[in-house]
Design a protein. Structure first.
Length: 200
């Protein structure tokens, strides 16, 4: 079995697992994960530094955690950016606002106002959803490569901290990987933070 076929099998496996989560369980895990995320960001990261930006997402698929509670409570001047899918299957980020509207794949996207430019910041903290993750930091997306391409092209002059956001049941010991796959620095679930690389 090729790595691509193997990934497809894992995607199907994760979809089946996630589909069994009740709305009550998802609500409880969302509260717990947001609490852990907020505590981590407020205690570990330079949130008073104007040179920091957050990359977040608009939850759409089952199992993607809504992080709005964290952003509502977080006391930081750092801007928050949300992705917008392009016609060429690229991805750009624009500053989050109350005016999100359905875009590609029905995912709510921001207006094309205040585009994210990585080199405007010293540190960027990216919160990245996925179908599954492993303990080596590998991420299994939905197969279209949006995040892999975006992260691959990210300027090396900017410090990028990648945090995979998932339910505990979406984290396993090992996933198949390909050379273009981008690894996470941390994983965050409803049980807490898993550090994969030192935070310098």
């Amino acid at each position: 079995m090729s790595e691509i076929q193997n990934k497809s099998a894992y995607r199907q496996k994760f979809r089946e697992i996630i589909s069994k989560i009740s709305s009550h369980e998802l609500s409880e895990t969302t509260i717990a994960l947001n609490l852990h995320l907020g505590n981590f960001l407020q205690s570990k990261l330079p949130l008073n530094n104007q040179a920091v930006a957050f990359l977040s997402y608009s939850p759409h698929f089952l199992g993607e955690i809504d992080l709005s509670a964290t952003w509502k409570d977080l006391k930081s001047p750092a801007p928050i950016f949300i992705p917008k899918v392009l016609e060429n299957f690229g991805m750009e980020f624009y500053q989050n606002s109350d005016k999100l509207s359905p875009g590609s794949f029905g995912i709510y996207e921001p207006e094309k106002i205040n585009k994210f430019v990585a080199t405007d910041f010293q540190t960027v903290i990216a919160l990245i959803p996925g179908l599954g993750f492993d303990l080596a930091g590998n991420r299994l997306g939905r197969g279209l490569g949006f995040y892999d391409r975006f992260l691959y092209d990210f300027p090396q002059s900017v410090k990028l901290i990648k945090i995979g956001i998932a339910l505990k049941i979406q984290v396993i010991k090992s996933l198949p990987q390909e050379s273009h796959d981008q690894k996470m620095d941390f994983l965050l679930t409803e049980t807490g933070l898993i550090s994969l690389t030192p935070l310098i």
